[in-house]
Write a protein that binds this ligand. Structure first.
Ligand SMILES: [Ca+2]
Length: 393
């Protein structure tokens, strides 16, 4: 444990100055022992490429399907008809309907927030939209964009895009860097956007619930920066999670070939991409000679070979006492959920694998204290992770 890491973790609540020297202790990925004491039970199936699940205060859940449908999961069953009233979604490549998150005061206002991709192959972006769910949860009303990410980009890659509410009622919106080579924006590789504070690509934005920019964002008042930016240097975040007790917020993100990351987030911090990375080009070339650089935050975990991380959950339920305080990160490529064992200070103690046998798109804790998993398949499933006796016992 380096002093730099101790300092970084002590600052987990969020310090804009948070930087660590190169050489942070990084846990090599790949293989992890199988977690014991659980089983996966299918609770819904026939979901087309489901992307995200979010619960409403009454125990219902909303599930997005990437081609552009919203489904209602109620009393343990999937309602046969999709919820009507979504806007028009571009569904191709990585693009489609993505995250869903109810307003923190949903019971009062019935507002639901979405991320989705819109535009053409030549010019597209992630959008944040809001709508009101009607009283019987059959239709959305007044579906409208709150934010259109800029700049627009070509090709249908790297949209992000998870949502996370903070206790002050603001919303984090995680966005991809715009795409892999040869995708270019303004004559440069799209990935260069991640280090430009004037661009919203490769960033986490922080917005108010009406889509406006809070005045206490870290770069407000800087002429060279977009005031919505909250953190930067990200390649393509696919999971965001928060510990409600400590306020720590984590994100996982995809590297290129290898170098997937788990990061502890802080406002104003630079997470390195593409100047500092453990990943290499898909064609095996070098992206950067640096794995770490001064002024850039090292990841807590690096996954090489790639996990292709997806949804991220912080677990604090009663069903798995040994898992309380740990992170659960879905993996598309490795077809598993990775438990990242954390101590009370947020230090990574180790990892375990929960093999799922299918590409995992989302992992969330349900209000009943179980973990729920969505599989990324043409006929995708909702799985419940329940305690089970370890085999042989
Ligand atoms: Ca990084």
């Amino acid at each position: 444990m380096s002093l730099a890491l101790v300092a970084a973790l002590a600052c987990a609540g969020g310090c804009a100055w948070l930087t660590r020297k190169p050489s942070g202790p990084v846990i090599p990925s790949a293989d992890a022992p199988r977690a014991g004491g659980w089983r996966a039970v299918t609770v819904a199936e026939g979901l087309e490429r489901p992307w995200a699940i979010a619960w409403l205060p009454n125990g219902d859940a909303l599930i997005t399907e990437r081609p552009g449908r919203l489904r209602l999961f109620r009393d343990g069953r999937l309602a046969p008809e999709p919820i009507a009233g979504l806007g028009s979604v571009a569904a191709e490549g990585h693009a489609g309907l993505m995250d869903v998150s109810p307003h923190p005061r949903f019971t009062e206002n019935r507002l639901v927030y979405f991320t989705y991709a819109a535009g053409t192959r030549e010019a597209n972006s992630t959008r944040l939209a809001r709508a009101r769910l009607n009283a019987d949860s059959t239709a959305l009303e007044d579906f409208a964009d709150l934010h259109v990410v800029s700049p627009l980009k070509p090709r249908f890659q790297h949209f992000g895009s998870r949502l996370l509410w903070l206790p002050d009622g603001t919303l984090l919106l995680a966005l991809g860097d715009g795409g892999n080579p040869p995708t270019r924006i303004d004559g440069e590789l799209a990935r260069e956007q991640a280090q430009k504070l004037s661009s919203q690509l490769g960033k986490i934005l922080r917005l108010r619930d009406d889509g406006t920019v809070p005045p206490d964002n870290p770069f407000v008042g800087r002429a060279d920066a977009d005031p919505a930016v909250w953190s930067y240097g990200h390649r393509n975040i696919q999971g965001l999670a928060r510990d409600p007790d400590t306020g720590r917020v984590w994100a996982n993100e995809h590297g290129s070939r290898g170098g997937d990351e788990l990061n502890l987030l802080a406002p104003g911090a630079n997470y390195g991409w593409p100047r500092a990375t453990y990943s290499i080009e898909y064609t095996f070339g070098t992206i950067s000679p640096h794995r770490a650089l001064p002024g850039m935050v090292d990841p807590l975990v690096v996954w090489t070979p790639a996990q292709a991380p997806s949804g991220l959950a912080f677990y604090n339920g009663e069903r798995f006492p040994a898992w309380r305080g740990d992170l659960f990160s879905g993996a598309l490529k490795r077809k598993e959920v990775r438990r990242v064992d954390l101590d009370s200070e947020g230090r990574v103690l180790g990892q375990e694998s929960l093999p799922i046998g299918a590409r995992v798109r989302d992992v969330r804790q349900g209000p009943d204290g179980f973990l729920y998993v969505l599989t990324d398949e043409p006929a995708g499933r909702l799985l419940r992770i329940e305690p089970a006796l370890a085999s042989g016992s």
